[in-house]
Design a binder for this molecule. Structure first.
Ligand SMILES: [Zn+2]
Length: 574
């Protein structure tokens, strides 16, 4: 492709609203343009790179035995009402009506559609397992679209769904997708870590997210320095600290703490460590309030609380807190509380004798001894993991924390959707059973952003050969010179005939402009043809990774590109 006749607008500076490195580079290099908040146009370079990602995804899905289909984005409401998710999905799901006032959804995902298809087409165990996937546009009415195509309102996803006769079969399908994901992200030039994840609103029993470490990541990933343990922070187990005895506690003492409400305020006021304070949180499970006790320096993990209680939970309102404790917010404590269940995080055991609220405005209690002054109904791990915690898997290493972008997820769904939408099969004995499902997503457009996020330097993008929109950037530095233009044309034809895609910069621009754009666009191999070099029989070859220039004879260019390409491709192929 000739740059002069193509459509490759670049920007010297990105618009101010672009915060993420990938967003800035994708705008500056002319990969994308914003149409409205969270809606993006793919320009030719972005579209070519996106299709390369898609091709890798498609190859690995096909190789793993998945079968490609294409479903409509527009889905009737009935399926969502049958699955029970019409009410669960909330305002993030785009809903609309047709001219007859029938309701539709612009699909954020396709469990309902695929399950209803399989329910009507597959009847027998002989037709299972099946794994169907598509690459298609999805919609999500994000409250705050951010970081360009990382969190957009319209985006491209690969979504796949497996149907098996039983849990064992579903496990095999899951593992095949897990392995394919690891391969395909590696092929895209990404360091994608599989991380144990919550099954959340999707339901189901087993789940991993594939996370790419990035500053703009919105998920916190915990990993152990001594073993291979990696998990979403919200799911990380915390081990119990050593118990400290409260046997020698002094008598309970009420202290005046006017307007001191937070742990930090009270700790500073009473000159005690936050770790010796008992934080008393009032939650509600939708029916009744209950109490969660947490060591003052630890944070509560609501997901763990919900799992322990077995219901969705939320922090209680100030009115409820007043009702339960008889005091305004900031003075709650477990001593003397009646009529509510008291849950305690294991961290409380290390306090021994502590400080807590007195259930009375402007008062706290000192010398509070567990067992002597209050009782705990249920002990559980309810706190949020912190960097430096001991690893729950090996018990030796300490945990560190990184931020990550989720590029893929795999779930074992179980029979939630097959039961709701009647996807049943007849087994060998003639009995009807619900199919066991798995679902597997990849944010394809988000993966492209992650590739740019991970593969760039201060000058621009550094494309991996597998995703690069073109392999070679051929710079004709003197388009007005007949010899240079002829030599460039010969190299262009030769490289293309050898199977490489080439972008030829034949624009009437200064060399400096061409070099800067080439750095920004980041194509893996650069060939520079100038008048002076050509006369001496030596032109220049540059690898974008190192930006080191090497002189090369025009006749050697194709062999050099071939050699490097083969070497790099082997690195990306596990
Ligand atoms: Zn470990």
């Amino acid at each position: 492709m000739k740059q002069s006749s193509g459509f490759f607008p670049t920007l010297r500076e990105a618009p101010k609203e672009a915060e993420a490195k990938s967003h800035v580079l994708m705008l500056r290099a002319g990969l994308i343009r914003q149409l409205a908040a969270g809606l993006y146009i793919y320009l030719p370079l972005g579209w070519r790179a996106l299709r390369n990602v898609e091709a890798i995804v498609r190859e690995e899905m096909d190789a793993a035995g998945a079968i490609e289909v294409l479903m409509p984005s527009l889905q009737p409401d009935l399926l969502w009402k049958q699955s029970g998710r019409w009410d669960v999905m909330g305002p993030e799901m785009m809903r609309l009506q047709d001219r007859n006032e029938r309701e539709f959804v612009l699909g954020p995902t396709h469990e309902e559609v695929i399950t209803s298809l399989v329910a009507s087409e597959i009847r027998s165990y002989r037709d299972l397992p099946k794994n169907l996937y598509q690459i298609q546009t999805k919609f999500r009415d994000e409250i705050r679209p951010r970081f360009g195509v990382v969190r957009a309102r319209e985006f491209i996803m690969k979504d796949g769904y497996s149907f098996d006769v039983d849990d064992d079969g579903a496990g095999v399908s899951y593992q095949a997708m897990y392995d394919a994901y690891a391969r395909l992200f590696h092929r895209c030039g990404l360091t994608a870590m599989p991380v144990e994840a919550d099954t959340g609103v999707m339901g189901g029993s087993r789940s991993h997210e594939f996370m790419v470490p990035a500053e703009i990541g919105e998920s916190e990933i915990v990993s152990c320095g001594a073993c291979d343990y990696r998990a979403n922070r919200e799911l990380t187990e915390s081990s119990a600290p050593e118990s400290v005895s409260s046997a020698n506690a002094l008598p309970l003492e009420e202290v005046h703490t006017p307007n001191q409400r937070t742990i930090e305020e009270v700790a500073a006021f009473l000159k005690v460590e936050p770790a010796s304070m008992i934080k008393t949180l009032i939650f509600t499970d939708g029916e009744k309030p209950f109490v969660v006790l947490m060591r003052g320096d630890c944070a509560v993990n609501e997901i763990k609380v919900a799992k322990a209680v077995g219901k969705p939970v939320e922090l209680a309102s100030p009115e409820t807190i007043q009702q339960v404790t008889g005091a305004p917010v900031g003075f709650a404590g477990p001593v003397g509380l009646t009529g509510v269940d008291v849950w305690a995080d294991l961290s409380i055991k290390s306090i021994g004798v502590g400080v807590t609220g007195a259930n009375k405005a402007d008062y706290h209690l000192k010398n509070v001894a567990i067992d002597r002054d209050f009782t705990v109904d249920r002990w559980a791990d309810l706190r949020l993991a912190e960097p430096g915690d001991v690893c729950p898997k090996c018990g030796k290493g300490t945990l560190s924390m990184t931020l990550g972008i989720e590029v893929g997820h795999v779930f074992v769904l179980g029979t939630k959707y097959s039961t709701a939408l009647n996807a049943v099969y007849t087994d060998e004995k003639g009995e009807r059973r619900p199919m066991v499902m798995g679902c597997y997503g990849i944010g394809v457009s988000r993966t492209l952003a992650a590739v740019v996020e991970e593969n760039s330097d201060d000058k621009g993008i550094v494309w991996p050969v597998t995703v690069a929109p073109y392999h070679v950037h051929l710079l004709n530095l003197s388009p007005k010179s007949e010899e240079v233009t002829k030599a460039s044309a010969e190299l262009y034809d030769g490289l293309r005939a050898a199977g490489f895609s080439v972008l030829l910069d034949d624009r009437d621009e200064r060399p400096g402009v061409k070099f800067n754009d080439a750095d920004l666009l980041g194509l893996p191999y650069r060939v520079i043809v100038g008048e002076k070099g050509l006369k001496s029989g030596q032109i220049e070859f540059v690898q974008r990774k190192s930006l080191e220039k090497e002189p090369i004879a025009p006749a050697d260019v194709i062999a050099r590109v071939k050699g490097l390409y083969a070497e790099e491709l082997s690195r990306f192929t596990p």
